[in-house]
Design a protein around this ligand. Sequence first.
Ligand SMILES: O=C([C@H](O)CO)[C@H](O)[C@H](O)COP(=O)(O)O
Length: 442
Amino acid sequence: MVCSLTTRLYGGDLIKPILQVALDLLELDRAIQIALEAADGGADWIEAGTPLIKSEGMDAVRELKKALPAKKIVADMKTVDTGAMEVEMAAKAGANIVAILASSDDSTVHDALRAARKYGVEVMVDLLGSPDPVTRSREMEALGVDYICVHVGIDQQMMGRRAIDFLDEILGHVKIPVAVAGGIDAPSAAEAIAAGASIVIVGGSVARSPDVTASGRKIREAMDRAHEGVIRRERKSMDEEMFEIFREVSTPNISDAMHRKGAMRDVLPINPGQKIVGRAVTVQTFEGDWAKSVEAIDLAGPEDVIVIYNGSRYVSCWGGLATQSCKIKGVAGVVIDGAVRDLDEIREMGYPIFASSITPMAGEPKGMGEINAEITCGGLSVRPGDLIVGDDSGVVVIPRERGYEIARRAKEVEKTESRLREEILRGRTLSEVANLKRWEKK
Ligand SMILES: O=C([C@H](O)CO)[C@H](O)[C@H](O)COP(=O)(O)O
């Protein structure tokens, strides 16, 4: 669908779309550096993100204003009470715009507006979590706020919600400028401007990028060219998106996204350099009995990983012929809590197999056990349909009901690490960029 740009004429001048870069990190020194790079990349406004404000207080606003005196500083307070107090503190620290929550009581909005007018700052109202955003945005406009922010929060994004879908609901219902925030990247920034947004708020796509300036420029250019016409991207299914992300991120990223959980013990790659992503087809067998393991090949497909509990380190339930059969069938890979053999053949085929031990001795096809029951593999419970990702660091299990969410969160971990790596390459130590001395959990 081609969206034509809604030209917004305020007082006769076409308003250039605003790029606001949000600094949602905990360390102020890193935030200042990223802000300077974002300004070089075309950011018009700089936002002291809520996590930064919670971590550093109003020093976050003070130091950003000091570093970039010519830029508008937005304090994303997400105020929900004591409107005047929070606006006053942000204004006195140097903020030009203060963000409050639309879900706050009208008394808080009135109080915030009174302080805003007194201290010469503007108020942006964030629709995050509003049960009736259209009605509430109209009410906020009537109360006199300066901007409306259509916002899908980071946790909501991890569940698949997109700000651009939500934006269409609001535009056309208010006359004041509308901002959009929530997982915005260059294509969705262009879509937002073409749909009629006046302000695009970007956090992770810029602030967690190894090259902040280049990422900012890319979004700036997309916004400035939106008037040429934008093709709104067809959304992939959540399953497609999930598999795509799991193929991109590492098992350490995934484990971190699950708060350092989900890794199998003593199950390692037989063929280094291989990656597997798939849904578990589980096999419960007994020492050396390889019948059910092989029968599982008949049930498994290209997006499946056969996960076997055989329980013996000394009798193999898997070898070259089974691997050949899997490869021909196109099964994504095999994970075995147990022994494997015929390594020369398996390595020759370059097929992804993970196992806990190696032996030349096989057992018998007795047919004991079952397929697609819940099993324990590598010390973890694995249910049919759970997501399995394996790489040179090992194998992780993601509960099937959290697959998409964990994929998205792992992608955020990967983005954060890419920025930290850049700062280490510039000469800082890991403990400095991670500010370990401050955040060691006592
Ligand atoms: O307001 C934000 C969020 O609630 C964390 O405080 C972010 O600044 C906003 O979502 C923009 O960040 P991205 O979604 O990473 O672009």
